[in-house]
Design a protein around this ligand. Structure first.
Ligand code: ADP
Length: 325
């Protein structure tokens, strides 16, 4: 029988994502249900190294379920790549009697967790949270759905003004090195063009498609570009050279995609994944990425995740293109 843990920690690290708060709440409330003590680590790994650690009770996480960001705060912390600093973090965890940790974060947070497990066999389960949805081993990450909804609402508004003025808007969305946000947003907003890092794009072909659309009577155009493919400004400049008689504007959505109240889907994911990650940890099962597969919670061993590949669905791009023509 695996040893049951009596005291656990919870930490949010790396980039914030809407839904981190309901995930923290799920961890703390699950632990409380089992009579397990929880400590929250503030400011990510920086707080672990520098002892920003405090006890969290079921009451401490009241009223946070609908708030974006993370009430524990987060911080990038390159120093955590140094084993001496990880040793300091471990010593701090020991000071409070923390026997294991639920780490809520993205792929960097997962690498940091692997390092702690490799160095010290420290029990960790990871809950995937990232607006970019770029973590293999889970269909969705906490925060992605909210970011897509935020971008969709912004683009719907831009579409109104693009229609009125018969303009072309190039809209840059987030996604780091991937096109998951851009591909979803393009489909749900009916964008005429989507540019993502995974697919080589040709500006001449894009300009030709827009010209054809104009000949057919289309008056406004939305070009969604993922930040990892090319900047919106650069796409705008190139299109302006090829379509000199068009009124072309650019809008970089930026950090609004990180904030806001988590959507129902992000909260649901946060509740299920946070609770399961805590339950498994408390019951002595760890080293898992606790994500979902086909709508079911599905833990995957962390040491298998880096062998998995997650790709944007080409079928989705095909459908988006077909529907926008
Ligand atoms: P995210 O988790 O959102 O991808 P980061 O890439 O910034 O964000 O990773 C979160 C944190 O994890 C980093 O700031 C750093 O403290 C730590 N980290 C990332 N990669 C490693 C690694 N290879 N070894 C140890 N710590 C790491």
């Amino acid at each position: 029988m695996a040893k049951k843990l009596n005291t656990i920690g919870v930490i949010t690290t790396g980039g914030d994502a809407p839904g981190m708060n309901p995930a923290i709440r799920a961890v703390v409330r699950t632990a409380a249900f089992y009579g397990v003590k929880t400590y929250g680590v503030e400011k990510g790994w920086f707080g672990a190294i520098n002892d920003h650690i405090r006890e969290l009770t079921a009451h401490s996480v009241s009223g946070i379920i609908h708030h974006g960001g993370t009430f524990l705060h987060t911080k990038r912390c390159p120093e955590f790549k140094d084993k001496n600093n990880r040793q300091k973090a471990l010593a701090n965890f020991k000071k409070y009697g923390i026997e294991g940790m639920v780490v809520i974060g993205g792929d960097g947070s997962m690498r940091a967790s692997m390092a702690l497990i490799d160095d010290f066999k420290f029990p960790i389960n990871v809950v995937p949270a990232s607006i970019d949805n770029d973590i293999p081993g889970t269909d969705f990450t906490i925060g992605f759905d909210t970011a897509v909804n935020t971008a969709m609402e912004a683009i719907d508004k831009i579409r109104d003004t693009a229609d009125s003025h018969e303009r072309l808007f190039v809209i840059e969305v987030m996604g780091r090195h991937n096109g998951f946000i851009a591909a979803d947003v393009a489909l749900v907003c009916g964008a005429e063009i989507v540019i993502i890092p995974e697919v080589k794009h040709n500006i001449d072909a894009i300009a030709a498609k827009i010209s054809k659309g104009r000949q057919r009577g289309k008056e406004s155009f939305i070009v969604v570009v993922a930040e990892g493919a090319e900047s919106g400004v650069s796409v705008r400049d190139k299109l302006a050279k090829r379509l000199p008689d068009m009124d072309i504007r650019v809008s970089v959505l930026g950090h609004i995609q990180r904030g806001g109240s988590p959507s129902a889907f992000s909260r649901e994911l946060a509740g299920k994944l946070g609770a399961t990650a805590a339950e498994l940890l408390i019951n002595g099962k760890y080293g898992q990425l606790v994500g979902t597969k086909s709508d079911k919670v599905c833990p995957v061993p962390l040491n298998k995740v880096n062998r998995l590949v997650k790709k944007v669905e080409m079928e989705q791009l095909r459908i988006a293109e077909m529907l926008s023509s």
